[in-house]
Design a protein around this ligand. Structure first.
Ligand SMILES: *Cc1c(COP(=O)(O)O)cnc(C)c1O
Length: 334
């Protein structure tokens, strides 16, 4: 039986061709507005959290424990939704090397604090053991009589990824209604922990929505994500008999050539693209995820890997609070 999900997101999200992107990118681009899945909790994580938080509620958890970078969109979405559901949120947030907690919270971190999340910071070294850190925190909470539910980084496990299988069915339905093409040559999106990629790959295999699936790696290299997604996919298939008959290796191309200098840091050219897209289309991309996904698409068109007559589906996964927290990095480009 397919797991239950809570109705937390505003669905279906809009989909439309952004005609002026053709000038900038060099092919036709339809944008799925998953940056509009909600209010302050918006972005791609809410689709996963609809399943994960249903599981937490069914297990009578009182606290949800999760992790991410200091400006994690996933941690913020979890904290806001926990507040909405009357749960507490315990967050382990990773600082950069040598970084200390900023005196003034900004962006996602500010929202985490506003909604009352319990925040512990961890170093990059400690973060490698995030699974153990979260399991220990959950045991400690249980000892105090509070049932805890651990959500992995990015909400990226088999259960969470079902949210993006559903998203592909949602777009296929929008195609049947005439709101977008019934199928696309390519789909592009940002890949940070792999759950979205696993869900999209399975959803595309199920619906035939796109010819090729491209995951734009934003931090680690293609090999890392191939391994991560290969682990998530069979777990997702185990929850749904329709998915069980599909290949456990649905086709997906991981492109790490535009991952930029490091996690959350863009090259000057990438920042220029974010600024140009904002000015000419009104679409706001973020420096961690969607900006790098768009520059991956632009680079593939430039290299002739995506043809000028292709129809491309771009999944806008959100990230606005992270952009607002990075205003200083863009000063030179404005
Ligand atoms: C988390 C996130 C992604 C990546 O999704 P994963 O499932 O973690 O790979 C992409 N875009 C935004 C804005 C995100 O917050």
């Amino acid at each position: 039986m397919r797991p239950r999900k809570l109705r937390l997101a505003h669905l279906p999200t809009p989909i439309a061709e952004v005609t002026r992107l053709r000038e900038i990118i060099g092919c036709r681009v339809w944008v799925k507005r998953d940056d509009m899945t909600g209010g302050p909790e918006a972005g791609n994580k809410i689709r996963k959290l609809e399943y994960l938080l249903a599981d937490a509620v069914d297990l009578r958890a009182k606290v949800v424990v999760t992790c991410g970078a200091l400006q994690s969109n996933h941690a913020r979405a979890t904290a806001v939704l926990a507040a909405r559901l009357g749960l507490r949120a315990k967050l382990f947030l990773r600082l950069r090397h040598g970084e200390s907690l900023p005196a003034k919270a900004t962006g996602n971190h500010f929202v985490d604090r506003l909604v009352g999340a319990d925040i512990s910071t961890v170093t990059p070294e400690e973060y490698r053991d995030r699974g153990t850190i979260m399991a220990d925190a959950a045991s400690e909470l249980e000892r105090r009589g509070e049932r805890a539910y651990v959500i992995p980084e990015g909400g990226s496990n088999g259960l969470g990824a079902l949210g993006y299988v559903d998203a592909m069915s949602e777009i296929a339905e929008q195609g049947r209604l005439g709101l977008c093409p019934r199928s696309f040559d390519h789909v592009f999106f940002a890949c940070g922990s792999g759950g979205t990629a696993a869900g999209i790959a399975l959803g595309v295999a199920k619906t035939g929505l796109a010819g090729r699936v491209h995951a734009a790696c934003v931090c680690d290299d293609a090999e890392y994500f191939e391994t991560a997604v290969r682990r998530i996919v069979p777990e997702t298939q185990s929850f749904d008999t329709d998915l069980a008959s599909l290949s456990s290796r649905p086709p997906i191309a991981f492109d790490d050539r535009e991952k930029g200098p490091s996690y959350g840091v863009m090259s000057k050219e990438q920042r220029a693209l974010v600024v140009r897209v904002a000015r000419e289309t009104g679409l706001l991309l973020d420096p961690v995820y969607t900006g790098k996904a768009m520059s991956t698409l632009a680079a593939q068109v430039r290299r002739g890997e995506v043809k000028p007559d292709a129809n491309v589906l771009f999944i806008h996964t959100g990230g606005l609070p992270g952009l607002l927290a990075e205003s200083a990095a863009f000063e030179g480009e404005l």
